[in-house]
Design a protein around this ligand. Structure first.
Ligand SMILES: N[C@H](CCC[C@H](N)C(=O)O)C(=O)O
Length: 286
């Protein structure tokens, strides 16, 4: 079969976007892995599939598949910005504030006049059972009232947060020398995370600037991770290290994360603002 696609990126986190608003989408996990393969396919971190809204309040639905495994996942922050850029640029909507539903959340997204996109990412989830993280028989270390959980076999402590998808965030001295490529897969597949996990490495520059690297579940280290940036900033705020608005420097660009959780309560929504770029359109024979 021939498949038309659009290649996009959000701060270097790259995507193959498939428009399934006109006919139903049905690719096998093997075909998804082929799309994600940087040698035998197009190559991307995730595949984004845009579908018509399934609920009256939703303008669209969009599905996310990790490019390395073909598995469908709950959320993709950088992908949600590219989704908005796509539907506006391809005339699928005349709105600039768009409601979309993913597997895990209903999002409100806004295309700004400066071309960046602001996403209401919803509230973070801290209950370990909902991340999910198996805390059985573990003693956390409390910092500023927030738990850091030991991964004893790896000799690290992580904050566990869900943004709809699971994140394990550790604070490091220097992301440039952090063991992202060696320790990342060990955290991703750690038995304490029954659905595996995205592993974040957070370096605090000052209370409103951080650097972040993420070894993503099902994709490896990406140039940026939107939900990872949200999870890392939320963890940093709860640890008392960060203010409510933080610029996150990733390999692929800067994401701005805002969370008023320290003053407005832990169920405050996280807002992410960042770029969304179309690179090329193409057709692949699967
Ligand atoms: N690898 C992630 C999905 C993509 C998240 C990331 N690309 C983002 O921008 O949030 C997971 O398995 O949960």
């Amino acid at each position: 079969m021939n498949l038309r696609f659009t290649k996009m990126h959000g701060a270097g986190n790259d995507f193959v976007v498939i428009d399934a608003t006109k006919e139903p989408f049905a690719l096998t996990p093997e075909q998804m892995r082929r799309l994600g393969d940087r040698r035998f396919g197009v190559g991307c971190d995730q595949i984004l599939v845009i579908e018509p809204g399934r609920e009256p309040a939703d303008d669209f639905a969009y599905r996310i598949f990790n490019g390395g495994t073909g598995e469908e996942v709950e959320h993709c922050g950088n992908g949600s910005r590219c989704f908005v850029r796509y539907v506006v640029d391809h005339g699928l909507t005349t709105k600039r504030s768009i409601r979309v539903r993913t597997m895990a959340a209903q999002l409100e997204l806004h295309l700004r006049d400066d071309g960046r996109v602001t996403v209401d990412m919803g509230a973070p989830i801290f209950e370990t059972g909902r991340v999910p993280f198996d805390a059985k028989a573990l003693q956390p270390r409390e910092v500023n009232g927030f738990e850091l959980w030991p991964l004893v076999d790896l000799g690290v402590e992580v904050a566990v947060v869900s943004m709809g998808n699971p994140h394990a965030v550790q604070v490091v001295e220097d992301v440039a020398t952090a063991p992202v490529l060696s320790q990342g897969p060990l955290i991703e597949n750690h038995p304490r995370f029954p659905r595996r996990v995205n592993a974040g490495f957070l370096q605090v520059i000052d209370r409103s600037h951080v650097k972040l690297r993420v070894f993503e579940r099902g994709a490896g280290e990406t140039l940026a991770c939107g939900t990872g940036a949200c999870a890392a900033v939320v963890a940093g705020i709860r640890l008392g290290l960060l203010d409510a608005r933080v610029d996150v420097q990733t390999h692929g660009g800067v994401l701005t994360i805002e969370w008023a959780g320290a003053s407005a309560g832990l169920d405050a929504a996280v807002f992410m603002t960042g770029p969304a770029v179309q690179v090329f359109e193409g057709e692949i024979t699967l």
